[in-house]
Design a protein around this ligand. Structure first.
Ligand SMILES: N[C@@H](CCC(=O)N[C@@H](CS)C(=O)NCC(=O)O)C(=O)O
Length: 206
């Protein structure tokens, strides 16, 4: 059976768990790896994933890391309709997944670590504020897209929504200044009706 290694408080682990539940893929989940649990710096773990990050996902003999790449693999393997095969539709899905990792994930990470995992006296407030602004600019771009389409890559829920959903949850849950983004809010509320998103992503940040 598929093995998913990594604490469920990580948005990158959440993506894999959420996708598997949406697509009906069975898995074993070892939550006690990463963050306060540690275990991701052992020689055994680093032999599987030299980054020492979560998630690591094992499909029989095949070891994977990079969460977006993992969910694309699983979607193809299980012939999920969430990953369209038509060229242009697939490009839109992949574009937003790449955009999530390259444009918004690093900034949301800086804000989360700064505000949730760092004592007030140890915070680099200028760095947190610069990332908050960059993150808000990214979410404003996404709000523009969601003013055109119901979901991120079109009018249907697809794989493109999965990496961005947990990031939107943090954006709306952290005590930060935010621009008014009604399309983003409407989409986030639509995601919040999905049981697998509720289970894995609408959780307290840690
Ligand atoms: N691009 C990687 C990023 C993985 C990553 O940075 N994971 C973080 C958690 S979100 C991590 O492992 N942090 C160290 C830890 O949890 O101990 C992916 O998408 O899988």
């Amino acid at each position: 059976m598929l093995k998913i290694l990594g604490r469920a408080t990580s948005t990158n682990v959440q993506k894999v768990l959420w996708f598997c539940d949406e697509a009906g893929v069975a898995y074993d989940h070892d939550n006690d790896i990463g963050g306060a649990f540690g275990q991701n710096d052992t020689p055994e773990y680093l032999a599987m994933n030299p980054n020492g990050k979560v998630p690591t996902v094992i499909d029989d003999h095949f070891v994977m890391w990079e969460s977006n790449s993992v969910i694309r693999y699983l979607a193809r393997k299980h012939k999920s309709a969430l990953y369209p095969s038509e060229f242009e539709a697939r490009n839109l899905v992949e574009r937003w997944m790449d955009w999530e990792l390259s444009v918004v994930a690093p900034h949301q990470g800086t804000v989360l670590v700064g505000l949730v995992r760092t004592k007030p006296e140890d915070r680099d407030n200028a760095k947190i504020e610069a990332s908050r602004q960059a993150w808000a600019r990214g979410m404003t771009i996404l709000d523009g897209q969601l003013g055109e389409t119901a979901y991120v890559a079109g009018d249907e829920f697809t794989l493109a929504d999965i990496p961005l959903g947990p990031i939107a949850h943090r954006f709306f849950s952290l005590d930060i200044e935010r621009p008014d983004l009604p399309n983003l809010r409407r989409w986030y509320e639509a995601l919040s009706t999905r049981p697998a998103f509720q289970k894995w992503c609408l959780i307290e940040m840690a």
